[in-house]
Design a protein around this ligand. Structure first.
Ligand SMILES: [Zn+2]
Length: 205
């Protein structure tokens, strides 16, 4: 190797060291590091939600069933009736399961916390499920199957996915009502996001 060549190789090595190219394992995640989202997909159908639609209560519709503003979206396969029971429900983004269980109002529920930065979180909630595939503490990835569409507690409803996106750390069974009195529409919007709108604006790159 000529002296000129050696110098060139040295320069190249220095450049690689300084950019970290020679140490790819330095780029892997440290244990306990925040598991950030890399965008959001729809919870049913394909990544774009195709084949499904919000044919039940939409976000902030007045629900005469619950006497309150509906804080999420009811997703169905249009015209399927109960035919969408057992269809796969997917995590909308990377996150950590903070609740997976059953309650009398919602049936089987999964609540996932998503880190959108090192210090900012939102929560996705999936309710009336038939099956639950994940448990509290599980770290899950976008598009991971987490359960199946069901009919709620004691088959109370026609099969559909009740889906919420929350800005606040609320209990899994939270509902925008206090002592039977519905919260105002604007108060609900302080705690919940419009799911379809948020997902459309935050798709993976
Ligand atoms: Zn609903």
């Amino acid at each position: 190797m000529t002296r000129k060549c050696c110098l060139l190789a040295l320069c190249l090595l220095t450049a690689l060291f300084s950019t970290g190219c020679l140490f790819p394992d330095q780029l892997t995640e440290e244990p306990g590091a925040v598991w950030l989202v890399d965008g959001f997909d729809f919870p049913v159908g394909d990544r774009d939600g195709r084949g499904w639609a919000v044919t039940g209560y939409a976000f902030l519709d007045w629900s005469s069933y619950s006497n309150s503003y509906h804080p999420g979206e009811d997703w169905n396969i249009p015209g399927a009736g109960n035919g969408d029971q057992g269809e796969t429900v997917y995590a909308v983004a990377n996150g950590e399961v903070v609740f997976s269980g059953w309650n009398t109002a919602m049936g089987n529920v999964i609540l996932i916390r998503h880190a959108i930065s090192e210090s900012a979180f939102i929560w996705s909630q999936y309710a009336h499920l038939d099956q639950r595939y994940v448990a509290k503490g599980d770290r899950i990835y976008r598009r991971q199957p987490i359960g199946t569409v069901g009919r709620g507690p004691n088959n109370a409803f026609a099969a559909h996915l009740h889906f919420e996106l929350r800005k606040a750390d609320l209990p899994a069974n939270a509902w925008p009502r206090t002592n039977g009195i519905a919260w105002s529409r604007s108060k609900v919007a302080d705690f919940w996001l419009n799911p379809s709108l948020f997902i459309k604006h935050n798709r993976p790159q």
